[in-house]
Design a protein around this ligand. Sequence first.
Ligand code: ATP
Ligand code: MG
Length: 397
Amino acid sequence: MRLPSDALKIIDTLNGAGHAAYVVGGCVRDSLLGKEPKDYDIASAAPPAEVKRLFRRTADTGIAHGTVTVLLGGGAYEVTTFRVDGKYSDNRRPDSVTFTGDLTEDLRRRDFTVNAMAFHPREGFIDLFGGRADIEARLIRGVGDPSERFSEDGLRMLRAARFAAALGFEIEPDTLRAIYEKAPLLTGISGERVTEEFLKIIGSENPENLRTLADTRLLFYYNARLHDYLAENLDKIISGLRRAPGLPAFFAFADEPEGLLKALTLSNREVKDTLGVLRGLRREIPEDERAARFLMSEMGAELFWRWLDFRERFGGAACEKAREYARAAEQAPITRKDLAVTGLDITALGARGKQVGTVLTALLNEVLADPEKNNRRKLLEIANLLLQSDVIRDTMY
Ligand code: ATP
Ligand code: MG
């Protein structure tokens, strides 16, 4: 396994100060799979205070759990002290973590064999639980007794499905049996943690793994409505996600996606964008530049592109031409801010209160229909006409 030079430097510095240090977890797994790791996590015997002493620039990311971020050469590396998780009294989070000098103990607390390997530039791979064999066999297998491990932390069941989906692996039979047995323990796991894993499943290349969620009824114990929706629409959802991974395809078959979306812990923005894309499901694909301008103006450029993308991939709509129209529309004036006049100009013409907005909207419609009209003199002329007309004069203010 080849490590970036900054990761090597961090390991050397820790080793030089007398502390064991390895890269661990996802990066070891991904490199054995022949994939470029997205980040390199380091585990070390050095306690957090010592890590902070040894490196000039650090951040206390999760210092209570032993994680310090080391900033080096433009990159950020999480260095986590070897630890053993304390007792789990609520099958969600350990009551405490205890630091240890022993790599073996640190690897034993990890969830799956493929995630429980370490690598050191001189010692090579440390594989105590058969992770390499499971990578060969493409299996997600719990470290130790899967039932016990799921009792400690119920989220691991959802993580099993997530890694199976992300890697295209099967869940090993004993581990799968344990999910059936322990599924009710997903109750009470925090929305943030569940949502993070759920989004990775529906964003993965192997959405068939949603079948595991439906069969084991895992989601039922998190949110019964979400489970019912999934179970009732399973085949459609899976084939939709295969075409267009992500939230809109997952919720495309719901009568009321908004209520279901609330089951997840999403930002307002994510909810709004998903609903925006879904509402546009039956809208016409623009057939000329004019239609593209109006639609882009209404949706906003960002949502428009997401919507078009979704229509193309999910609905199989032909969008080549529409893309061309939309690229032209993006160059044209499509928001009030793009107009050659401002609210102040309209006020100067004698408009008051709500009249200002009404006039600006009317001007924007003119300009969307004909971008040539976006010059100051022409727009002021139109505005004047409008202000003399009954419709605008009667606008309440
Ligand atoms: P990804 O590349 O998707 O980030 P990852 O393996 O880095 O995958 P993370 O969720 O970032 O996954 O977790 C990092 C490592 O921490 C895992 O590889 C695993 O060893 C360990 N880990 C994370 N969450 C748990 C958990 N709930 N129980 C046990 N070990 C865990
Ligand atoms: Mg990670």
